[in-house]
Design a protein around this ligand. Structure first.
Ligand code: ADP
Length: 487
């Protein structure tokens, strides 16, 4: 599929350190999850190159920080425009290595670019403060300064947007970065880095270390152990987030963590049912269910339970499973066999404990090895695995509930707290439930909540910090207090 790029030079297979493309001494393979075909061999870097990238970012820091926010913003805006200009090629690269339908991939490129635009503008508004004095001989000032060298470890489910969402605020604030993209999706990261080069990003300001799974662990150690790296931003599983947080304790690094979720999707009796079904489809089956904000548990009130399942089943039956390059496909392959096995185990567990299979339920018999049928399970109970763990696949488990208090307790009964959703037309309930849900984000009468202008992030074990919005800059600046005496 990569033979058809308009601009073949976007297909980079070497890593980027200090403005130079680096081949490394070994390579690792990147495969197409839809077909299993080898797409490219990419530089497999290790600890030594990680040290070199940190040194390059550190050397570039002074001059980059010394530029005005407007100057940095101009380079970021050129980068953003290049992402938009090459959106079709970036989407092709993404669909090839990640599997999501081409239209979704293109949507992600536009979404990813929007973070660069937002933070290019926001960089100009990193305001300080003057604090009214309590001593006439003194004045109190607060300024915000770039933290320094930042590291970003990113996942495969949003190969472009999870990079821009971290890197754009860092660069806008005056930080330099070392990125370690997911081993499944390095080609998207490298294409985005190529465009940063074309936009005029100075050498060393943005570095990309590609590596396979083993070397990613080694690079992770170097990034976490480094005194020079002042901040680590990670998006991925809670399990790996805990490991990285532990590793960063030694150097007391500032951390931004965007970890797993277990999103409840609640439909009350007073909901607009068609709208709820539409939101459920968007929230659940987008990216084949592989997003950290995908609805993981559907709670439907008794009065509309049967009707909701019937309407949802009709829509699920209409979803087209297939290669993301094929027209009309809504659900692509899962990222790897481990993902398939997890989805399969959640379905098997639910069925063994008495759930009712309404749609799908198995590996596809018509597509390749990594396709799972869009699945709908009814009569699910809290005893089942899918109510506790993030399924990260195209499975919608539906629970029946009776009262508002009961469903709020069920929804909050998890160590996760990223996204949640509920449907109700009752204004009192909208406030009550919106405030009672222990989540960083609440979608009310909508299944899609993410955009660059709003603070994305979780509470409890779903993470630390917020990405996007004006708050997205906060993690990349230090607050400095200046006390002026002898006035
Ligand atoms: P996912 O469940 O999305 O695959 P992971 O949390 O396993 O997420 O991986 C997300 C990112 O973290 C990837 O870039 C991966 O290479 C990296 N990663 C995984 N384990 C480690 C580790 N021990 N140290 C550093 N990076 C890691």
């Amino acid at each position: 599929p990569l033979a058809a790029l308009d601009d073949a030079s976007l297909l980079r297979t070497q890593a980027l350190i200090n403005g130079e493309w680096v081949a490394g001494s070994a390579q690792f393979g990147v495969t197409d999850p839809a077909t299993g075909a080898l797409l490219a061999e990419v530089a497999n870097l290790g600890a030594a190159e990680a040290e070199a990238a940190i040194a390059a970012a550190n050397n570039a820091l002074g001059p980059w920080r010394a530029k005005t926010a407007k100057e940095r913003g101009a380079i970021l805006m050129r980068w953003q425009q290049l992402l938009i200009k090459h959106a079709d090629d970036l989407a092709r690269i993404m669909t090839a290595e990640q599997g999501k339908p081409l239209a979704e991939a293109r949507g992600e490129v536009v979404y990813g670019a929007s973070f660069i635009e937002w933070f290019a503008e926001e960089g100009k508004r990193i305001y300080g403060e003057t604090i009214p004095t309590t001593d006439n001989n003194k004045r109190y000032l607060v300024i915000k300064q770039a933290m320094g060298v930042c590291a970003a470890i990113t996942p495969w489910n949003f190969p472009v947007a999870m990079i821009t969402r971290k890197v754009a605020p860092a660069l806008a604030a005056g930080c330099t970065v070392v990125i370690k993209p997911a081993e499944a999706t390095p080609l998207s990261a490298l294409a985005v880095a190529e465009l940063a080069q074309r936009a005029g990003m100075p050498a060393g300001v943005l570095n990309v270390l590609t590596a396979d799974a083993d070397n990613s662990v080694a690079i992770g150690h170097v990034l976490c152990d480094s005194d020079v790296v002042r901040h680590l931003s990670f998006t991925g599983s809670t399990e790996v987030g805990r490991i990285l947080a532990r590793q960063c304790a030694q150097t007391v690094k500032k951390l931004s963590l965007e970890l797993g979720g277990n999103a409840p999707f609640i439909v009350f009796d007073d909901a607009d049912l068609d709208s709820a079904v539409e939101g459920a489809i968007a929230s659940k089956y987008r990216n084949a269910g592989q997003t950290c904000v995908c609805a993981n548990r559907f709670y439907v009130q008794a009065g509309v339970y049967d009707a909701f399942i019937e309407k949802l089943a009709a829509k699920v039956g209409g979803l087209k499973l297939g290669n993301g390059f094929e027209a009309g496909v809504n659900v692509g392959p899962l990222i790897d066999e481990a993902a398939m096995a997890k989805v399969e185990s959640h379905v098997a567990d639910a069925l063994a404990l008495g759930a009712r299979l309404v749609a799908g339920g198995q590996r596809s018999v018509t597509q390749g090895a990594q396709f799972f049928e869009p699945t709908l399970l009814a009569d699910v109970t809290p005893a089942m695995l899918c109510s506790r763990e993030e399924t990260f696949g195209p499975v919608a488990p539906v629970f029946k509930f009776t009262t508002e208090a009961e469903v709020v307790a069920l929804a909050n009964n998890t160590e996760f707290g990223l996204a949640s959703y509920f449907y109700s037309r009752d204004i009192g309930r909208v406030f009550r439930v919106g405030e009672a849900l222990e989540y960083g984000m609440v979608g009310i009468n909508t299944g899609l909540i993410a955009t660059a202008e709003v603070p994305f992030g979780g509470v409890k074990q779903s993470g630390l910090g917020r990405e996007g919005a004006h708050q997205g800059v906060d993690d990349y600046v230090e607050i400095k207090y200046l006390c002026l005496g002898d006035i």
